[in-house]
Design a protein around this ligand. Structure first.
Ligand SMILES: [Zn+2]
Length: 453
C-alpha cells in the first residue's frame, strides 16, 4: 500500500476509501444499505469468493488473470499501522513540514495544524481496503458491512490485475516536486478500479450499466457529496477542504476520465493510458485534453534566494495544476468562479521561501495559460481570492495588469503579461516586489514536445 500526502497533500493508491464506497452504494439504486447492518461483519465468506470476483473483474476489464491473488482482512488498528509504516517510508518529516508550510501560507490549513497526524486519523477512518503491490496481497477492512465487501474486493482486484499487466510498483517512487502529474497517474489507476467496481456492483444488482453512455459519474458523485456525513465520518467531515478534496480526487475525477476514454475507445484501449500516462490533473478533468495530447508546459522557476538575501532558504517547490488551483481558489471564492478560473491552465510552478530566524515567508508562483483571456481570468480570480484570504483591499497603486494588496503578512503582488501570471505573496516592501518580480519573470518555460505517433 502506498498512503501518503506528500508535497501538496496528495498521492496514495491501491486504497479505496469508505466515502467512495458509500457514494457508490447510493449510486447503485438497488442496494439496500440497511440490510447489512443486521449482520455483524465477517469478511471470511466474501474473501472465500476472491477467485470468482477476480474472474468477473477480469471479464469486465478485459484483462487476463496472470496469477491468483491472495487476500486478507485488517482491523482499524492494523490499517493504521500500515498507514504509518508507509508514511515513514515515503515521506520524511521535513517533507510533511514543507507541505504544511505551503498550505498554511495559502490559508488552506490553520497554523499549528498537525498534518501527518491528521492524515493518519483520516486514512484510519476512510480506508476500506487496499492492495499491496510489494506483496501482491489485497486486504479488506474487517469492519466493512457485508453489503459493501464484494464491491471493495472488485476495486482491489482491479488493482491486482493492473499490477500484473502494468506493474504498479513503478509508481511508488515518484520524483518529488511533480505532484500534479503524480496525482493524474493515481487518478488513472483509481478511476479505473472505481469504474470496474461500479460496473461489477451494477451487474450484481441485475442492472446493465454502460459507462460510456451514462452521464458523468464525476458530476453525480460531486452532487451527492452534500456533507451530512459528520456522524458517520467525523474525521473526514472535520478535515480541511484541501485534504478532503485531495483524498477524493483520484476516485471522483478518475472515474470521469475513464468514462471519457471509454466513450471514444474501449476497455482494451485503456491499456494505452499506462504507456502514455495522463500528464496533469487537467487531462484527468478534461479527457479530451488527454486524447488531444495537450501536455503541460514545464516551468523552471528562477531561484529567488539571492534577491531575498541572507537567512532565506527554499522550503518547498511543486506544481499546483488545474485541480490544485481550483481547490486553492475555492477556499476563498465562489466554487463556480474558481472552477472557471482554473480551467485553461497550461503549466505552473511555485516555490516557498522562508527565513527561519524571523519566521517570515514568501511564496512565488509562475503560471501559464492556454490563452490571454484565461490568464486574465486567473489574474482576476487570484486577486479576489487574495482580498478574501487576507481581508484586505487592493491598493490604489494597482494597475490593470499589476495588482498590489497590502496585508498583515506582507505584500501580495499579482502580475499579468500576455498568457502568463506571476504571484508573489508575503514580500516585505514595494522595492522587494520590484526586484523579485523582475527575476521571477525570467523563469524558463519548456513547451511539450509534439506528440509521437
Ligand atoms: Zn484503489
Amino acid at each position: 500500500m502506498q498512503n501518503e500526502f506528500p508535497a501538496r497533500a496528495r498521492r496514495r493508491f491501491g486504497v479505496v476509501v469508505v466515502l467512495i464506497t458509500a457514494l457508490l452504494v447510493s449510486t447503485s439504486a438497488a442496494f439496500v444499505r440497511g440490510q447489512a447492518k443486521l449482520a455483524s461483519p465477517d469478511t471470511s465468506t466474501s474473501l472465500s469468493a476472491t477467485g470468482d470476483v477476480l474472474k468477473d473483474v477480469s471479464r469486465i476489464r478485459h484483462l487476463d488473470i496472470l496469477q491468483p491473488v491472495k487476500s486478507g482482512s485488517k482491523s482499524h488498528d492494523e490499517i493504521e499501522q500500515s498507514v504509518i509504516s508507509d508514511l515513514d517510508e515515503s515521506t520524511t518529516p521535513e517533507e510533511f513540514d514543507a507541505t504544511s508550510k505551503t498550505l498554511i501560507k495559502l490559508g488552506m490549513i490553520p497554523k499549528g495544524f498537525h498534518l501527518r497526524e491528521y492524515v493518519i486519523k483520516l486514512l484510519r477512518e476512510q480506508v476500506a481496503g487496499y492492495y499491496e503491490p510489494k506483496t501482491k496481497i489485497f486486504y479488506l477492512a474487517s469492519w466493512l458491512p457485508i453489503s459493501e465487501q464484494k464491491s471493495v474486493m472488485a476495486h482491489e482486484l482491479t488493482h491486482a490485475l493492473q499490477d500484473q499487466h502494468f506493474n504498479l510498483r513503478r509508481f511508488e517512487r515518484w520524483p518529488k516536486g511533480d505532484s500534479d502529474a503524480e496525482l493524474a497517474a493515481h487518478a488513472l489507476m483509481e478511476g479505473e478500479a472505481t469504474a470496474v467496481m461500479l460496473q461489477y456492483s451494477a451487474e450484481k444488482d441485475g442492472w446493465n450499466l454502460d459507462l460510456a453512455k451514462v452521464p458523468s459519474l464525476t458530476d453525480r458523485m460531486l452532487e451527492q457529496d452534500s456533507g451530512d456525513d459528520s456522524a458517520k465520518y467525523p474525521v473526514l467531515s472535520g478535515a480541511p477542504m484541501v485534504l478532503k478534496e485531495n483524498l477524493q480526487f483520484p476516485y471522483v475525477y478518475g472515474v470521469g476520465f475513464v468514462q471519457g476514454i471509454l466513450k471514444s475507445r474501449s476497455w482494451r484501449q485503456l491499456d494505452d493510458c499506462y504507456a502514455h500516462l495522463p500528464q496533469s490533473t487537467k487531462q484527468i478533468m478534461h479527457p479530451d485534453r488527454y486524447l488531444a495530447h495537450d501536455d503541460p508546459v514545464k516551468i523552471q522557476i528562477t531561484d529567488l534566494s539571492p534577491v531575498l538575501g541572507k537567512g532565506w532558504k527554499r522550503a518547498d517547490e511543486d506544481v499546483n495544476g488545474e485541480f490544485g488551483y481550483m481547490v486553492l481558489l475555492t477556499q476563498f471564492i465562489n466554487k463556480q468562479s474558481a472552477r472557471a478560473a482554473a480551467a485553461g491552465w497550461s503549466g505552473d510552478r511555485y516555490a516557498l521561501y522562508e527565513n527561519p530566524a524571523t519566521g517570515d515567508s514568501v511564496l512565488a508562483q509562475y503560471t501559464t495559460w492556454d490563452t490571454a483571456k484565461d490568464a486574465r481570468e486567473f489574474f482576476d480570480a487570484y486577486a479576489e481570492r487574495s482580498e478574501a484570504r487576507y481581508n484586505a483591499k487592493r491598493s490604489a497603486k494597482s494597475q490593470p495588469n499589476d495588482c498590489v494588496i497590502e496585508t498583515s503578512e506582507g505584500l501580495v503582488y499579482i502580475g499579468l503579461r500576455d498568457k502568463d501570471v506571476i504571484v508573489i505573496e508575503g514580500a516585505g516592501n514595494q522595492q522587494q516586489v520590484a526586484s523579485l518580480s523582475e527575476i521571477l519573470w525570467k523563469s524558463k518555460k519548456t513547451s511539450p514536445a509534439a506528440p509521437s505517433k
